[in-house]
Design a protein around this ligand. Structure first.
Ligand SMILES: Cc1cc2nc3c(=O)[nH]c(=O)nc-3n(C[C@H](O)[C@H](O)[C@H](O)COP(=O)(O)OP(=O)(O)OC[C@H]3O[C@@H](n4cnc5c(N)ncnc54)[C@H](O)[C@@H]3O)c2cc1C
Length: 506
């Protein structure tokens, strides 16, 4: 394969992740990669929670935690607590854990209990009792296992997104990525409808073989210039706005994101080493900006504070094709579901990795492009349905917002079948496999979501069950999980070690 010129337009997290992945995977193939960023149009500046694949990205580009975490004010994340999404007694909150190898000994008990509870047996079916990540979050322990602990541990991170962008820009420069500051003025199209060149406001004309649109919600190349349609999912995901505040960090830093349901949406709390990031994601159809800000200030005890709020608008959905002609869209330019499961950067990584694979295999052939687009679209839709499920199964009825979410009949057939299978007490792995969805959110994720919100028969409908039903002793499971947790250091201690390593390296 001959080297090509790649032009990435946009220097937000998506642009810099793309630049680093391409520079790493194509390092010996003679590719010439340039990232162009406007000096006048800022990055979105939110998006500070990740899923475990971000660690894989850092490993692939050859960056150690000691190099980036302290600089980006990063902390560890073992999962997310969803609080107040349900009003069912005993199920008002649950923890969505990132699964690790030690869970293979306790997860079967969760599946067993949850399956039988759905079928009317009175067994403990709340996910909070069965996973190591939940215990690490409860005790504020860093998910870093010592060398003599023979299991792999999965975890994500929280980080300051603008600092991460700056850090990744330096790594990309080391890998030979060129950097230009300029604002796009006009996209020049060729006769075949592909991009010929970009005219910039400063008079430069830039051309390349592959154009990557990382211009965020502007989507200057794919949506505006190439007119690829945007498929909105606002009819099933109502949120379109956010109000954001930083608050001071506490003495003990959490290893989890908090996602607390409020009257017209939900609020995130993301712990960084120097501050907490807080945001209230809500629907402007049900609540105006001032009302949202007041509710959020009350929630954060900031009613009398003069900390200024930042208000954002966003659109939910995805483009019809992420790769069209000679242009690939990555990041917010390709679509956005909503931040509830912090999946956006995972989508960025997956899009770029699959694009590189498709390009290496088939160059610009239609077959590979089509396969790639189908694959990424399926991923978007799978994430969308998982997130829609959070709203659809919520038992809150305190506002029109929650009532309308709870009776939304526009959900996809795919989600409807998963919910039916759960309600009928079936093994939902079969349904996920039938729909080929197990690669996105596996059974354990769906089970935690549905069990965690108490989607079970009512207590009055449950029967005691026989000895076989009670084959797992919860005390043994607690002992096992707490024994595993003894191997992990306090989060603060692990962060202090990273800080020390950064000072030493400076
Ligand atoms: C409320 C909210 C919360 C979120 N929370 C999470 C989360 O917890 N986890 C997660 O993974 N993701 C989250 N996301 C998504 C995340 O913010 C983005 O996926 C991520 O920041 C990548 O953004 P981006 O690089 O695509 O766009 P941006 O950060 O907007 O960057 C756009 C870039 O394009 C450039 N640009 C734009 N127009 C032009 C032009 N005309 N000429 C030249 N350059 C131009 C800008 O200068 C900028 O460099 C959240 C998003 C929102 C809205």
């Amino acid at each position: 394969m001959n080297g090509k010129r790649v032009l990435i337009l946009g220097g937000g997290t998506a642009g810099w992740i793309t630049a680093n992945l391409m520079a790493t995977h194509w390092q010996d193939k003679g590719f010439d990669i340039t990232l162009v960023e406007s000096p006048d149009i800022g990055i979105i500046g939110v998006g500070e929670g990740s899923t475990p694949p971000l660690k894989h990205f850092m490993d692939v580009i050859g960056v150690d935690e000691r190099e980036w975490m302290a600089e980006c004010k990063a902390t560890y994340k073992t999962g997310i607590t969803f609080k107040d999404w349900s009003i069912k007694p005993g199920f008002t909150d649950y923890f969505h854990p990132f699964l690790s190898q030690p869970d293979q000994f306790s997860a079967p008990a969760f599946f067993h209990n949850s399956h039988l509870r759905r079928n009317g047996v009175d067994l403990e079916g709340h996910p909070n009792h069965f996973f190591l990540a939940t215990e690490l979050a409860r005790q504020k322990l860093a998910p870093i296992a010592p060398p003599n602990f023979p299991f792999e541990i999965n975890y994500g991170y929280h980080f300051d997104s603008s600092l991460l962008g700056k850090f990744l820009a330096r790594v990309a420069a080391r890998k030979g990525v060129k950097y230009i500051q300029a604002t796009l003025q006009e996209v020049v199209l060729g006769d075949d409808g592909s991009i010929n060149s970009l005219k910039m406001r400063d008079g430069q004309q830039l051309s390349a073989d592959i154009y990557v649109d990382c211009t965020g919600f502007n989507s200057e190349l794919l949506q505006k210039a190439l007119k690829v349609p945007f498929i909105s999912c606002a009819d099933i995901l109502f949120n379109d706005s956010a109000v954001v505040f930083p608050t001071p960090q506490q003495e003990q830093i959490e290893v989890q994101t908090m996602a607390t349901a409020l009257k017209y949406g939900w609020a995130w709390k993301i712990p960084l080493t120097h501050r907490n990031g807080n945001g209230y994601v809500y629907s402007s159809r049900f609540c105006d900006k001032d009302k949202a800000e007041t509710e959020f200030r009350t929630h954060l005890n900031l009613l009398d504070s003069d900390i200024e709020a930042r208000h954002l608008k966003f659109k939910v959905g995805r483009v019809a094709e992420q790769w069209h002609k000679n242009c690939l869209a990555v990041g917010l330019a390709q679509g956005f579901i909503e931040p509830l499961e912090a999946t956006a950067l995972d989508m960025v990584q997956e899009t770029v990795a699959r694009f590189i694979e498709a390009y290496n295999n088939g160059n610009y052939s239609d077959q590979y492009r089509q396969e790639f687009n189908n694959r990424i679209n399926l991923r978007f839709d799978a994430v969308r349905d998982y997130i829609v499920c959070h709203y659809r199964i919520s038992s809150r009825t305190d506002t029109d917002y929650w009532i309308e979410n709870g009776r939304n009949e526009k959900i996809s057939n795919s989600l409807r079948s998963i919910l039916t299978s759960w309600m009928q007490g079936k093994n939902i792995t079969d349904e996920l496999e039938r729909q080929k969805l197990d690669a996105y959110f596996p059974n354990v994720s769906w089970s935690c979501l549905l069990a965690g919100k108490g989607i079970y028969p009512t207590q009055a409908q449950l029967k005691p069950g026989n000895e076989l039903a009670h084959q797992y002793d919860l005390n043994n499971i607690h002992r096992y999980i707490q024994g595993c947790a003894l191997n992990f250091k306090p989060h603060m201690e692990q962060l202090a070690m990273l800080e020390k390593a950064a000072i030493k390296a400076a």
